[in-house]
Ligand binder design. Structure first.
Ligand code: NDP
Length: 244
């Protein structure tokens, strides 16, 4: 196990599927005591079967009051991965109020709120901490039909910088990872059209989408002492998309 994770308490949101699930498993295997937060109970049940040390927390992050009570009671944590998000792609002219509200609540509001709860507990414990927010290449580049998604991820990058500024004196580091497309459920729903995915891959210098493990490794780096002097930054896991 990675020495800097042994016995450390970690909260991973959106841990039922995809990248969040893989982060929860990797942290648990590296010796951390992991709480896995997600919305669908069956996903958490299968995760706990796969990795019996993991503590499940079934919750809809759009519900501010439920998060307050459940996350507060589950803590304190030294490590937090704000990974849960939704991607509801709509042409700009057809963006609905519902999609906007849900995306703001989950992709942005819940990150702010869960981080407040966890950071207050970190500060009360006097313990150093690390927070990683899972953003996207979409935070820094316009993508068709992504008006709401791009905007929530852009807001997340800026939130990360202000959090880093205010929490740094408390020895809490805050960073983002910004992946290109990953073929999770979210990736498959939005990028399975071969023409659309080929056009994206053509714009990626490394010529491929990211694997879940590429993202997990970068998250573990930013949680670990190996990145002890890095805060307020965004680590691209984009195969060079943003420089192309
Ligand atoms: P998935 O859709 O595969 O998994 C998302 C997980 O988050 C699910 O377990 C989901 O639970 C959970 N979740 C969503 N909404 C809520 C909520 N309101 N409350 C609690 N849990 C919730 O997504 P990925 O693994 O692909 O994405 C993970 C992160 O990576 C996201 O932040 C995403 O924006 C980012 N990302 C993804 C990319 C991709 O191409 N896949 C590219 C760049 C960034 P449930 O299914 O039960 O709703």
């Amino acid at each position: 196990p990675h020495p800097s994770f042994r016995g450390r308490r970690a909260l991973v949101t959106g841990a039922g599927k995809g990248i969040g699930r893989a982060v929860a498993v990797a942290l648990s295997r590296a010796g951390a005591r992991v709480t896995a937060l997600s919305r669908t109970a069956a996903d958490l049940e299968s995760l706990v079967r796969e990795c019996p040390g993991i503590e499940p927390l079934c919750l809809d992050l759009a519900d501010w009051d439920a998060a307050e009570a459940a996350v507060g009671a589950a803590g304190p944590f030294e490590l937090l991965v704000n990974n849960a998000a939704v991607a509801e792609l709509q042409p700009f002219l057809e963006v609905t109020r519902e999609a906007l509200q849900r995306s703001l609540d989950v992709n942005f509001g819940a990150v702010l709120h869960v981080s407040q709860i966890v950071a207050r507990q970190m500060i009360a414990q006097g313990a150093a901490g690390a927070i990683v927010n899972v953003s996207s290449q979409a935070s820094q580049r316009a993508l068709r039909d992504h008006a709401v998604y791009c905007s929530t991820k852009s807001a997340l990058d800026m939130l990360t910088k202000v959090m880093a500024m205010e929490l740094g004196p408390h020895k809490i580091r805050v960073n983002t990872v910004n992946p290109t497309v990953v073929m999770t459920d979210m990736g498959r729903i939005n990028w399975s059209d071969p023409q659309k995915s080929a056009a994206m891959i053509n714009r990626i210098p490394l010529g491929k989408f990211a694997e879940v493990d590429d993202v997990v490794n970068s998250i573990l780096f930013l949680l670990s002492g190996k990145s002890a002097m890095t805060t307020g930054s965004s680590l691209m896991v984009d195969g060079g998309f943003l420089v192309s």
